[in-house]
Design a protein around this ligand. Structure first.
Ligand code: 3PG
Length: 307
């Protein structure tokens, strides 16, 4: 009987757990849970004998992989897999997958929660602004970026996107202004929503040179990864500009300095919350469970990211 471990420092909603249990009991698999753990040692112990692993942002490094003697597949229930050491997994012939698109709507909705909070001065009683007719730039037009664009049209924002991997025709067919360079996007847009994956090439990509191109009243919404922002550049622009705001679904490393110096110009979620809805949990958890069964039963490698 294959053994599956669901290791989630940030647990799934109850309904998602129910769904996971249903899929694995039907397949005749044994499923174990390690939730809200605080010590890596608990994860190291729990992975020892399992064949399959479902995770979220849980860090799966070489040490974890070396402890997992029977492991054949890791599924990151979510989009970004920068938390998994792909090379270490590949070295052990472990397949790594993600579940693209399954939590995209939840993240996109949070973008608007944050933009409205910024526009209304965090609801402090002073007059704010509206989103209507404002320019929104979407940096990376993938699953989340596309939904953000779609919702923004409902707000009657002027929507533009830059993504070197998406062509003009695709964006224009979807009614989005095609932008050819990051510089052009940042120059044009008051709001920028980040949807870049975190890889070597995107590390600190959002730097001072880009940020300074933004209009006088500007806001960056980061529901991607803290690593894509050059924090030195961010601190510099926040210091220089009266009306520059930063809203982020994760605390940057320089959070304490921002909190001390730039009151009213920032917001950070205490924990990554973009995908933390019941619906997204159900979608991603069920997709992950099905992918494991299809892989172990039929060798289906759709969504493998370490080819
Ligand atoms: C993702 O990459 O899918 C999101 O960042 C969600 O991360 P989470 O599963 O830790 O909420």
């Amino acid at each position: 009987m294959p053994k599956v471990l669901v290791a989630t420092e940030k647990p799934f909603a109850k309904k998602a757990i129910h769904g996971i249990n249903g899929i694995f009991s039907k397949a005749g698999y044994d499923v174990q849970y390690l939730e809200s753990y605080t010590e890596k040692s608990a994860l190291l112990k729990a992975v020892e004998t399992v064949d399959a692993l479902i995770i979220r942002s849980d860090k799966i490094d070489e040490e974890v992989i070396n402890h997992a003697k029977e492991l054949k597949i890791i599924v990151r229930a979510g989009a970004g897999y920068d938390n998994v050491d792909l090379q270490a997994a590949t070295n052990k012939d472990i397949v790594v997958m993600n579940t693209p698109g399954q939590n995209a709507n939840a993240v996109a909705e949070l973008v608007f929660g944050m933009m409205i909070s910024v526009a209304r001065n965090w609801f402090n009683g002073k007059p704010g602004t509206e989103l209507r007719d404002k320019t929104l730039g979407i940096h990376a037009y993938g699953n989340v970026g596309r939904i953000v664009a779609h919702i923004a049209k409902g707000f009657r924002m002027d929507v533009y996107a830059y993504d070197p991997f998406v062509d003009r025709a695709t964006m224009e067919d979807e009614g989005i202004g095609y932008i050819e360079s990051a510089e052009e996007l940042y120059s044009k847009c008051q709001y920028i929503s980040l949807h870049l994956p975190y890889v070597k090439a995107t590390e600190k990509m959002i730097n001072y040179d880009l940020l300074k191109l933004m209009p006088e009243e500007a806001c960056i919404v980061n529901t991607a990864r803290k690593e894509v922002i050059d924090e030195e550049g961010l601190l510099k622009i926040l210091g220089e500009r009266e009306c520059f705001r930063y809203a982020s679904d994760i605390r940057p490393n320089c959070a304490a300095e921002i909190e001390q110096k730039f009151e009213g110009k920032y917001y950070f979620t205490p924990k990554k919350m973009g995908a933390q809805t019941r619906e997204a949990n159900i979608n991603a958890a069920l997709a992950a469970s099905k992918q494991i069964v299809h892989f172990l039963e039929k060798g289906d490698c759709t969504f493998q990211v370490n080819k």
